[in-house]
Design a protein around this ligand. Sequence first.
Ligand code: HEC
Ligand code: HEC
Ligand code: HEC
Length: 362
Amino acid sequence: MLPKWFDKWNADNPTNIYGPAILIGAIGAAVFVVALLVTWGQPFATTSLQTGPRGTGMSVPEFKSDLAAGDPTAAGYLARSGITEADTAAVSEAALANVPPALEGISPEAYAEMIVAMRSWTGIPDLMEDPENYQTQVAYRMVAMVQSLNDEWGGHTNVSGEAGVNCYTCHRGQAVPNNIWFRIAPVNENTAGWASVQNRVTPQSQYTSLPSDALESYLLDTQSIKVHDLDSRVDTQPGDPTWQNAERTFSLMNYFANSLGVNCVFCHNTRAFYDPAQVTPQWSTASLGIIMVQDLNTLHLVPLAEEGILPENRLGPVYADAPKAACATCHKGYQKPLGGMDMVSDWPELALVEPDFTAATN
Ligand code: HEC
Ligand code: HEC
Ligand code: HEC
């Protein structure tokens, strides 16, 4: 307790101390915040990528802190240089004896390195051990699929000449890659002539009221994404399919933007979505990506269910269909998967549909 004389003096001399106390508190807080900003920097600083001519508003803003952090899963990538002799020596004779058809002719040393890497990339420790195991059979096909993605679709996956893809691009250390999708439409009751594919929150609609069948219509089927004409909409009524088609295209475009962590002007000049003369170079890469994903789904993933290779617990909840891939399966929310990391120059085995093993060096 305070001495008595102080309490008495205090009672005799009443003073309002709230004003000065608040002032001193406010100044102190301001000094503290300034000190933080000076030592740590502005936490919400942004930078932007200019995608079109100046003055058109064509730019993609990003937080500097996000760009500096990059994709956290990049750190878990096992490169060829990270594989030791002890790692390859631990690969069994049985695994080495069963070379996937797509790698026929590979040297045992190089194949042992591939097995070590594929086990790390997919997080399956006994992958390739037993040729009868379904995971091994899927992996055999995945090797051919990756070769095709790098060779036949290099115009997308290696447009810069220094990227490419391997198992880690999709799997990131997990047996089942994330951002896969299944067919689910119809998701609702028909209403007033509208096909029953929308107004239900699903991952396929990016949790919006937009149609949930955009991925299956455009990235599995090959329906036309183009919807734009210059006619008036005054005469059309709800139920006119052109309305829902426009929403379905918008659903797909939303998915594109979210998959790459960009906005619409990364690919379009938004004053003329329909005009191929006003798009960015990335629009062309995306265009090729659409056909690549159709090819990936129909030639490589759908057959995994049709031929009965995948077990039931891996199939879709509504149609028991195979898991399918799309933009986010590789991109994971980033403009380039793994920040455009080089995934193939280390692994020539995975770069060509018909690899030339006589020239292989490692
Ligand atoms: C374009 C993306 C993509 C790439 C690249 C890719 N995979 Fe896959 N992988 C998938 C999808 C999608 C599935 C189906 C998921 C499932 O099995 O439920 C799958 C499934 C698998 C499975 C079965 C897993 C399980 O438990 O059901 C194995 C094994 C596998 N992949 C191995 C590989 C290997 C090895 C490579 C590289 C040579 C590779 N994958 C490259 C997309 C990819
Ligand atoms: C990664 C690139 C990319 C992004 C991001 C993107 N688009 Fe697209 N968009 C395309 C491509 C490629 C096409 C052409 C598809 C086709 O016709 O095959 C297209 C087509 C369209 C069309 C149809 C044009 C027509 O001729 O009818 C519209 C409308 C559209 N986009 C709107 C948007 C909107 C709105 C956004 C933002 C939410 C967006 N896009 C984001 C690449 C992109
Ligand atoms: C098999 C994996 C894979 C899939 C699936 C995929 N991409 Fe890509 N994409 C890549 C890779 C790898 C790059 C980087 C290429 C490079 O830098 O050389 C890339 C680059 C791009 C770029 C150029 C980015 C830039 O900064 O120039 C665009 C745009 C793009 N992808 C759009 C899409 C769209 C849209 C889809 C879905 C329709 C898609 N991608 C599906 C692997 C993929």
